[in-house]
Design a protein around this ligand. Structure first.
Ligand code: FMN
Ligand code: SF4
Length: 439
């Protein structure tokens, strides 16, 4: 591996607008479209030597940093588990999960293409905390992979003995699930496997493995440099810090925002230039979180508030429904799950296909009362089944369209949806951010 810094020339910027909130200095986003190279990153204080990994672990605990890949699990707890299991096993491994299977999200690809050194710095620091000497960056975007590869060459001297490699897999909704990532790195298909064992017990090469989303890792250098209190100076007590949000829909081009947790949803709409009266609902947290009604207008963008509304912040993808019918959106998302599930668990592939058939029938005005009763029952009994949480995502969509949009459901039962009459909604990947990749 070359140790002489070279110029990163392989990256293509992502052609969407990025913005932080007025008056709030971004921690992750860059204000222009440039791709940050090693010199830029070091000038901004990156890659500082880590004197004391234990102290950093304490700061991460105190910072309250929660995973940005979907579940919002506290990073400090994960780091401790992997470190303890790694000590017993004699080795730990680290995986930066940049697969970004959610079609309406672009944040991870943006980070890897624009700030590959920030991601690698976070990876380096997390590896030091858990005692990993090996790591993998797991991606499906070829341009992101090229940016990371180039950054790895440039930072070889700084990364020292840490052995890092990049694995590119075919994009897919389930490919980013943590056990799918491990299976792929171990040479298998990028499909989920049964848990236990969980990755922190047995992951890559059977070793305790930390799987962290690339945005989660990218927050660590700020904590290492400025401490937990600085990290907590934005956000709420239980959702500290800022997060990246891909905002789509409302007839506007997508924008990637860096948002402090706790921002009123109405403030985001104002910044995005969307009238609250126009918002019919939101597909929140990616396809995983299901649909929220206009109640979201009174909420704030943090885990507690969105959970109290019956949704999840997930990976920060926020899709605004204005001219779209929620029933038709739910039908398209369910069809997506029907196509994208890994086809390994009967409850998932049969259950998702059955829910998709009922939602199609509802959208087309031919679903009966029995069909809806079945859909409602499935949305409860199928929860928690299957090797991974894809079926939970599908049941979220079914449950939320039924419970949050009773009027739209009733319109479709009686075959009188004016939205669908005027503009039928059929799409393979609702609100997907198509940025193109050099594949
Ligand atoms: C079906 C499914 C797909 C997932 N896809 C991704 C993904 O693309 N990227 C990601 O970081 N996490 C994804 N996750 C979550 C991972 O399993 C894992 O929780 C995450 O990478 C952990 O990182 P974090 O703690 O930093 O959030 C997915 C989970 C499920 C159930
Ligand atoms: S639950 Fe569904 S997506 Fe997950 S492994 Fe089983 S079949 Fe695949």
């Amino acid at each position: 591996m070359s140790t002489a810094p070279t110029t990163v020339a392989t990256d293509r910027p992502i052609p969407i607008a990025v913005a932080s909130l007025p008056g709030i200095a971004p921690r992750l986003l860059l204000s222009d479209r440039r791709v940050e190279d090693l010199a830029d990153y070091r000038r901004s204080g990156g890659y500082q030597p880590l004197e004391n990994p234990d102290r950093l672990l304490g700061e991460v605990d105190e910072s309250g940093l929660r995973g940005r890949g979907g579940a919002g699990f506290p990073l400090g707890i994960k780091l401790r588990s992997v470190r303890e299991h790694g000590l017993r096993a004699g080795e730990a491994v680290i995986v930066a999960n940049g697969e970004e299977g959610e079609p309406a999200s672009v944040k991870d690809r943006w980070l890897m293409r624009h700030r590959p050194h920030l991601v690698l710095d976070g990876l380096r620091l997390a590896a030091a905390v858990v005692g990993a000497r090996r790591g993998h960056v797991y991606v499906s975007d070829a341009d992101a992979a090229a940016a990371i590869e180039a950054a790895l060459l440039d930072a070889a001297e700084i990364l020292g003995d840490l052995e890092l490699s990049v694995l590119v897999v075919e994009a897919g909704y389930v490919s980013g699930e943590e056990t799918a990532a491990i299976r792929a790195i171990n040479g298998g298909p990028a499909k989920p496997s049964d848990k236990p064992p969980r990755p922190f017990e047995q992951g890559v090469a059977g070793m305790p493995t930390l799987v962290s989303n690339v945005e989660t890792l990218a927050h660590i250098p700020h904590i290492a440099r400025n401490g937990a209190a600085s990290f907590r100076s934005r956000g709420t007590t239980s959702s500290p810090g800022t997060f990246l949000a891909t905002v789509t829909g409302a007839g506007k081009p997508p924008v990637l925002y860096e948002i402090p947790h706790g921002l009123p949803f109405a403030d985001l709409l104002a910044v995005h230039g969307v009238a609250s009266d126009d918002v019919r609902g939101v597909l929140m947290g990616g396809y995983f979180g299901g649909l929220l009604s206009r109640d979201v207008l009174t909420g704030t963008l943090d885990h507690d508030s969105i959970r109290s509304l019956g949704g999840g912040l997930g990976c920060g993808a926020i899709s605004l429904l204005t001219d779209q019918c929620p029933v038709a959106v739910a039908a398209s998302v369910m069809r997506y799950f029907d196509r994208e599930n890994a086809g390994q668990c009967g409850s998932c592939f049969n259950g998702t296909a059955a829910m998709a058939a009922v939602l199609d029938a509802l959208r087309d005005g031919i679903a009966g009362a029995d069909d809806l009763a079945r859909l409602e029952r499935w949305s409860v009994v199928l929860r928690g089944r299957g090797a991974c949480a894809t079926l939970d995502a599908a049941t979220n969509v079914a449950a939320t369209v039924l419970s949050r949009f009773p009027d739209a459901v009733a319109d479709h039962r009686s075959g009188r949806c004016t939205t669908c009459d005027e503009a039928p909604y059929r799409t393979l990947r609702p609100f997907a951010v198509e940025i193109g990749a050099r594949l």
